[in-house]
Design a protein around this ligand. Sequence first.
Ligand code: GLU
Length: 613
Amino acid sequence: MCGIVACSGKGHSQDVVVEGLGKMQYRGYDSFGFALVTESGSLETSKSLESYHEEKILLPPSQVLLGHTRWATHGAVNLTNGHPHVDPRGNFALVHNGIVENFDDLRSKLTESGRIFITSTDTEVIVFLMAQQLAEVQLAHQLVKADLTHESQSANSSETNAQIHEFRILALSRLQKKLKGRNTLVFLFSDGHILGARQGSPLIVGQGEQGLFLASDVLAFAPQMRRCFAMSDGDIVSIKSQQLVLIREAAMVVPKWQEVDFDVLESSKDGHKHYMLKEILEQWSTIPQQLQIEPDTFDDLVDSCVKAPQVIVLGSGGAALVAKQVAWILRNIGGTRAIDIPAYEVDAYECMVNETDIVLAISQSGETADTLLAMEKLNLWGVKIACLVNMPLSTMTRSADLVFYNRCGPEECVLSTKSASAQLTFGYLLAHAIKGEFSVAKKDINLLSHQLSRQLVKSEMNVYQSVVACLKDTPNVFLLGTGKHLATAMIGALNIKEASYVHAEAFSAGELKHGVIALVEPNVPVILFIPKDDLYMKTVAAEVKTRGACVIAICESENTTINENIDYQLVIPGGGSILSAVIPCQLLAYYLAIARGVNPDRPRNLAKSVTVQ
Ligand code: GLU
């Protein structure tokens, strides 16, 4: 969802900012724009509805710039509604991530007082309110000064730069109190002063040899940054030239800079056409990264899981499905009472939640608004929370009691592939540790990684391309699994929907005769997950084949006997492991997207990091 970047450079910074905003594309966007102060001192903006191509973006030389990728929530996708928005006097430009929940109310009041809106965004409300607050703060100051000097004339023009910055900070802190919802804002004033305010959505401050940076995540300026810190909700940061001031609860505070290993945050397509394929194929190396668990924190989590009446696994979207599978693993391998709760439904489970439970909240970005909100509620209900994230410095890492990292490196494709298998692997390690068998899991994971390193190579992909031929022109695909493969089938259906826009739906195989079979007609592709030596799923294959389905079997081993009811067989790489069972559908989704002409890295309407509710 929306990406924000800003830079107050020591020299020309337009190229760095264009590159930085390019790195925010993975979050999902429908338009993008920049604001900058030119060398002659004027505030200028440029906006575009095109796809982001760094080489096509030509900005004038500038030291101070803002950039924004918009994921529209209010107002159509057009240039007028695109960010940055400039105040009517041209004093400042604003970029915004979030939703002003009381936007209707604020807009009616502003309209009544004579403001004329030119966009349909909620953001324009913020522009008018900021202009209003600035005027009020300045006026109050002049009145006080005039009172003291009895010379209101001379009071008008004598503010120092420092005072002007203070007025702006005061105006912004008053503005923050008027906005409801999660709204992170960055202003660029025509004198090159940058003001950032975080509420809900992330904002990282970085420092490097080329200057000071602000961004929605550390990836934007990873190559430029030497150190950084994450702002907290309510914080304001003021940047002018190379001076940085952090304000928390109306007082100046000293930032807690952190050194991050920025090199591991560099990503490339490694010669592949799309990040998605690169990220699928590198799972042989990301899965064993989970073995690097922080020992003390992990012992604490294991101990809590052993003692807690219930382990609650929490997530949103793809992570909610991973949570379902992790809960299955914790129950069936760890022997623990574990349930999964989709974060957006947490209220419905309140009566089941005990103070002594333990929560494992899963999110690749660590910024998922729905999961953060559910964590806040669980926290209020007194429950201990562990989080599992991939992105360093993310919001969840600051609101959880125990923090775990997947260490997969950046996942640029909107779909979760390597992060999903990493999250599952963490669950697998946890389940074994609960049983006192961590070393068994460790051995399994090392073996799995070894097998995947030989099997996840391009030369093994032909089989997926031939299966795609039967999926390419179909309106519907059904996926059936049971037990350990039910959540895997659901994850697979989500991958296919997201990457290729083919309607894919997963069900427990047990549901077939209770309804789904009505939808099975000649040539409908049905993907079945068939465990080793399983007779039940083979019966299911016969039942759908009888009705003319095109049956694609995803098997745990090549030895699974194929019969006339199965049209295509795919084998789960890595010896049929429950952790790599997600890979065949990831590959199907990828090749299906390619066959249907969809860019799988940037599917329409989707955002990687869903930072609004
Ligand atoms: N609500 C704002 C809009 O629709 C900001 C959206 C965003 O976070 O990108 O323009």
